[in-house]
Design a protein around this ligand. Structure first.
Ligand code: 6CS
Length: 342
């Protein structure tokens, strides 16, 4: 009697030990595609995520920068299909697939103050509680959403009012109905276009301007392809990181905790970096391109753009109950961020 109990105990201990070794020795290569290069904000996040995973497990991460697997527009489908395990994507490419993600392209909603943005992206209930189940409905597991800098508009001619933008073909990211509505409300003719087509379109005057954060404008020489950079204060460029949901759900509890911890680490790294990106971007533009014209619209000049934006915000909220609840929560989150960072 005692012998069989002893043998059972030994078998259980050996099986547990082997399971523990197997779990620790279990190594996979996970694919991570993103809409930017390795030195851009999404690359900083992806590299921090990769380093954390590889320093704390035997798994490895292979990063695919923009262009290596096709356009940014293709990557969402590849991730939902499970071809990719992780996706770094600009929110301006996501509203066509996940309508609620146009929350982040709404005009005159996000602040430009980096301290408020930092608090918001760390504490937002809209992001941390309301978006994850929405991502799940689309076969994705949301890991992070983070800022990349204030949107600046670059054009060939100065503009100070919606009338100045009349008939101007303004390129917008291709996955956002709200960006189209925004630039129509600003008096322009929006042209949805992937990043891969923008440089050629600017060189051939297929478009009259575009918007991006200054760190991107500088990194990809958009200031040398246009004449004027205008701060309107209307928008902010944001990016997301997510995983294929079936892949994430199938992970061991240990690996789920590892992925969450890696995302939290990368989120802290990019939020710290994001506080400097705007200053870095415009600083380099002014230093390397001193003749480039920089305009900051006055509050009086911004007024008609802000008035037009209220209709776009209302349009977003009217599209679904989910959109309305998210926008209401985001406004509350932003109010808290402002109060907490005074
Ligand atoms: O304008 C775009 O499409 C690109 N801009 C940034 C800041 N990141 C990637 C995106 O494809």
């Amino acid at each position: 009697m005692k012998t069989s109990l002893y043998l059972k105990t030994v078998k259980l201990l050996v099986a547990s030990f082997l399971l523990m070794i197997a779990t620790n020795l279990h190594a996979e290569e996970w694919k991570y595609a993103m809409g930017e290069g390795e030195t851009d904000p999404q690359g900083i996040y992806a590299t921090a995520f990769k380093d954390f995973i590889e320093e704390n497990s035997r798994h490895t991460i292979k990063i695919y920068p923009v262009g290596s697997l096709g356009e940014e527009t293709d990557m969402m489908e590849q991730t939902k299909a499970g071809i990719l395990q992780f996706l770094g994507q600009s929110t301006g490419y996501m509203g066509g697939t996940i309508p609620e993600m146009d929350l982040f392209t709404l005009p005159y909603v996000m602040p430009t103050d980096t301290k408020q943005l930092d608090y918001f992206f760390k504490n937002s209930k809209a992001i941390n509680e309301m978006l994850p189940p929405i991502f799940n409905d689309h076969g994705l597991e949301l890991l992070s959403i983070f800022p990349e800098g204030e949107m600046a508009v670059t054009t060939f001619e100065p503009f100070h009012s919606p009338a100045d933008l009349a008939g101007k073909k303004m390129r917008v990211m291709p996955g956002s109905p709200i960006l189209v509505e925004t630039y129509k409300s600003f008096g322009a003719s929006p042209v949805p276009m992937t990043w891969g087509d923008l440089i050629g379109a600017l060189k051939t005057n297929m478009v009259d301007g575009q918007e991006n954060p200054t760190v991107w404008i500088e990194a990809y020489d958009l200031d040398h392809l246009t004449k004027v950079l205008t701060y309107t204060g209307h928008g902010h460029f944001n990016a997301s990181a997510s995983a294929n949901k079936a892949f994430f759900d199938a992970l061991s509890e240990r690996d789920k905790k590892l992925v969450r911890a890696a995302a939290d680490h990368a989120h802290q790294v990019i939020l710290e970096e994001a506080e400097k990106l705007d200053a870095y971007g415009i600083g380099r533009i002014v230093r390397t391109n001193p003749d480039y014209k920089i305009v900051t619209l006055t509050e009086k000049e911004r007024a008609p753009f802000k008035k037009a934006a209220t209709a776009v915000q209302a349009s977003f909220a009217s599209k679904s109950d989910s959109n309305k609840k998210l926008l209401d929560q985001m406004m509350a989150d932003l109010k808290e961020a402002e109060a907490k960072t005074k």
